[in-house]
Design a protein around this ligand. Structure first.
Ligand SMILES: Nc1ncnc2c1ncn2[C@@H]1O[C@H](COP(=O)(O)OP(=O)(O)OP(=O)(O)O)[C@@H](O)[C@H]1O
Ligand SMILES: [Mg+2]
Length: 283
């Protein structure tokens, strides 16, 4: 009887220490998540303050000094560039909070709209061109392949942020005085429209898919732009996934970087909204 009791106690003790170990592990993980969250918040607010301060400074300059039209035009261009960055960062922040909150995009409940990818890319390239000029970059949209492509069904603000993240990277990571080329095509056989963004600059990592991992930043990227979260392409991938599309990165034969996003033309027809199954996004 006492042997049985001793065995039971030993078993209970071993279970208890298992639970304690698991508990310690969970506490550690929780602390890590909290640390990451704080770091992320600090990083984003730090990044947001920079363009906002620059805008304030430019406006003060405009008010205080008499400048010629050419100089004033340049200052206005800088204000525009910095606002583009601030808006871009704030949108990523909202999307990231969304993803962190429930592992899914609450914005998925937004309605799908027919949209022309060609028009979207023309507008985005206009938005980012002033930032490009600061580095002598030219952003060119080659409309030939996709101006007549059918419209795709998508959640417009989300798809816009996908391309915005890719173009912003291209601007950040390009060598000075190079060209960013955007082109697209209607792929009839697979009933899709694909858009590619090509730039020349710091290299992609050897295992290119790493760039889509949450928080990944290459050493060169960190070196060139210490501020950055490594969440831009992770967000892009999640958004493309809920649209049942594809996103890929590659180094082409000329060693340039090419990001391609492919979206279905009729795959989402009949769906007013898209709601990916939650477990698809669970980590
Ligand atoms: N056009 C590109 N050329 C070379 N490397 C790239 C390019 N775009 C992305 N990368 C690599 O992929 C990493 C992840 O990109 P992502 O947009 O997710 O984060 P980030 O740009 O570092 O930070 P954030 O977008 O938060 O400012 C980058 O740090 C960089 O190493
Ligand atoms: Mg980025």
């Amino acid at each position: 009887m006492s042997k049985e009791r001793d065995e039971m106690i030993a078993e209970l003790e071993s279970k208890l220490s298992d639970i304690q170990r698991q508990n310690e592990l969970l506490e550690k993980q929780l602390k890590q998540v909290e640390r990451e969250r704080v770091e992320y918040l600090q990083n984003v607010s730090h990044q947001l303050v920079a363009p906002l301060n620059a805008i304030k400074w430019h406006i003060e300059n405009l008010r205080a000094s008499r400048m010629d039209v050419e100089r004033a035009t340049k200052v206005l261009r800088s204000i525009y560039s910095q606002s583009t960055i601030a808006v871009h960062l704030a949108k990523n922040f909202a999307l990231m909070s969304n993803l962190e909150a429930d592992h899914a995009l609450a914005a998925m409940t937004e309605p799908l709209q027919s949209m022309s990818l060609c028009s979207l890319l023309i507008n985005l390239s206009d938005d980012f061109q002033p930032l490009g000029w600061d580095k002598g970059l030219q952003i060119g949209v080659d409309t030939k392949g996709f101006e007549d492509a059918p419209q795709v069904l998508a959640i417009k603000p989300l798809i816009s942020q996908v391309f915005s993240n890719i173009i912003e990277n291209a601007v950040k990571y390009s060598d000075r005085d190079t060209e960013i080329r955007i082109y697209g095509k209607h792929e009839r056989e697979i009933d899709s429209v694909s858009v590619s963004i090509r730039n020349r600059g710091i290299p992609l990592p050897d295992s290119v898919d790493e760039v889509f991992q949450r928080g990944y930043r290459s050493a060169q990227a960190k070196n060139q732009y210490p501020a950055g979260t490594g969440f831009g392409l992770y967000i892009a991938e999640r958004i493309v996934a809920i649209h049942e599309g594809e996103i890929s990165a590659e180094r082409d034969a000329m060693n340039a970087t090419v990001f391609t996003v492919t979206l279905t033309v009729s795959g989402l027809k009949g769906k007013a909204r898209i709601r990916g199954p939650k477990d698809r996004f669970a980590n």
